[in-house]
Design a protein around this ligand. Structure first.
Ligand code: PHE
Length: 461
């Protein structure tokens, strides 16, 4: 075990790193897609309720586990619980392999879109053939190359450690990400589709919300806030005692939600501004981000030559700060539990992830038997299967167990003390009681509803 635990070098370190973990492909790729398919308005409102009533309390619970124990998930659960509870932490490590295995492949596509956009910006736009994206997906060597570039970049940062690697990267990447996002939002404000976008996003019409949308909103809240697999436990363990957990969690949840909504504003406004496109947005999850948008940047927007490449820098940076956090869960497990050095842990962790990544990257058409099998209806191939398992089973189950553990097994005194929610006479404050109510009752019941829905056949991936 290392002599002294690493810590964030500054207060903003935790916030930027945790926000970096939360803000990712979930915000830019998944949220705009599922909001579109759930008809906006009412879905957005339900999603906001899930984030506030479940996401925020659960995030506080995870951070408090890490900060209290100053340990990564497995030993954290063991210390405040017992060896059995340690398995929940271990589930998180396994989930990390699953998520990183496919996430790095999709993240790799942002590199391809960036390079393609730079080419168009310099040489002029050339409409790709309708089959181009399909061909790209089934190009095995290219998929492997892009995914491994991404994984390698992630590993380099994690190798450098908490403050010198993860924190420095977040301090560099997050401000650029916010600047690009800000620029894009200002840019689309002047497009004709902006009114329709606001109407779509913020005028709830509950008759248009599919019933399953409620559960989909909750499942997505877990994914997008990086909850249920120990990221926030791990990042919380590098947090100094003097910092406020509630404030940190509140800020991360706020920023993640804001960015998801702004991503919708940017993407929908461009789509609504071009007559006829809204009706034909590709039905596939990847369609909007990687097929519809690049074309519109160049054919419909003045300044598209700048916006195109910038947009994919945004996607790549957002994905990178997320992959870093997933790898860190795996690496910190090797360090804390097996006593390995950070460098050794990073190499072993990355090599193990690379196996999953290898299989995912070749499962988009390149290798028949990796692409064709179907364990879950409609999810063919390794990549879709891993995404399905993570979003539908692993994160909700991990989240439920974490919630039950903190709510019912960790003593109120420890929780209230760690959250800084004791009054002068040492009694828990009202905010603490409110938080505990959500952690004990509201969150577990809602998560259980998701799990039951999944068992009955609903899909959140
Ligand atoms: N929150 C990340 C996103 O929205 C994904 C993620 C899930 C990262 C779980 C870490 C853990 O893209």
């Amino acid at each position: 075990m290392p002599a002294k635990r690493e810590h964030w070098a500054s207060r903003i370190g935790f916030i930027l790193a945790a926000a970096g973990s939360a803000v990712g492909l979930g915000n830019l790729w998944k949220f705009p897609y599922i909001t579109w398919h759930n008809n906006g308005g009412a879905f957005v409102l339900v999603y906001l309720a899930c984030v506030a009533a479940i996401g925020l309390p659960v995030m506080m619970a995870e951070i408090l586990l890490g900060r209290r124990t100053q340990m990564s998930p497995v030993p954290a659960f063991e210390k405040l619980g017992n060896r059995g509870w340690g398995l929940v932490g271990f589930l998180g490590v396994l989930t990390g392999f699953v998520i990183l295995g496919y996430y790095s492949v999709i993240a790799g596509w942002s590199i391809k879109s960036f390079i393609e956009c730079v080419g168009w910006s310099i040489n002029g736009y050339q409409q790709p053939a309708d089959t181009a994206f399909g061909k790209f997906l089934s190009d095995g060597p290219l998929q492997l190359l892009l995914a491994f570039i991404f994984l390698f970049g992630t590993a380099l940062i994690v190798w450098r450690g908490v403050s010198k690697g993860i924190e420095q990267a977040a301090k560099f990447l997050m401000p650029i990400l916010l600047l690009i996002l800000g620029y894009l939002v200002v840019r689309v404000m002047f497009l004709p589709g902006i009114g329709q976008t606001f109407h779509f996003l913020f005028r709830p019409n509950f008759s248009e919300l599919p019933a399953a949308g409620v559960l989909e909103a909750l499942g997505h809240a877990f994914f997008t806030l990086s909850l249920g697999m120990g990221v926030m436990i791990t990042y919380g363990s590098y947090m100094h005692k003097r910092e406020s957990i509630a404030r940190g969690a509140g800020f991360v949840v706020f920023l993640d939600t804001l960015i998801a909504l702004l991503a919708c504003v940017i993407m929908y406004t461009i789509i609504f501004s071009v007559p006829g496109v809204a009706e034909s947005v590709s039905g596939s999850t990847v369609g909007m981000l990687f097929v519809t948008l690049p074309r519109l940047f160049y054919t419909e927007l003045s300044g598209g030559v700048l916006i195109g490449p910038l947009f994919y820098v945004l996607v790549a940076f957002a994905a990178l700060t997320s992959t870093i956090s997933v790898l860190e869960v795996i690496v910190s497990f090797f360090i804390d539990k097996l006593g390995f050095k950070r460098s050794t842990s990073t190499v072993i962790g990355t090599a193990a992830v690379a196996v999953c990544t290898f299989l995912s990257a070749l499962s988009l058409g390149a290798v028949g038997f990796l692409s064709g099998f179907e364990i879950f209806a409609g999810k063919s191939g390794v990549l879709s299967t891993l995404d399905h398992i993570a979003a539908n089973y692993l994160l909700p189950v991990g989240g439920l167990l974490t919630t039950l553990f903190v709510g019912w097994f960790v003593s109120r005194k420890i929780s209230a003390d760690e959250l800084g929610m004791l009054d002068e006479s040492g009694d828990p404050t009202f905010s603490f009681k409110l938080w505990l109510f959500f952690i004990r009752f509201i969150a577990p019941m809602a998560i259980l509803a998701v799990i039951i829905a999944v068992i009955l056949g609903k899909d959140f991936s």
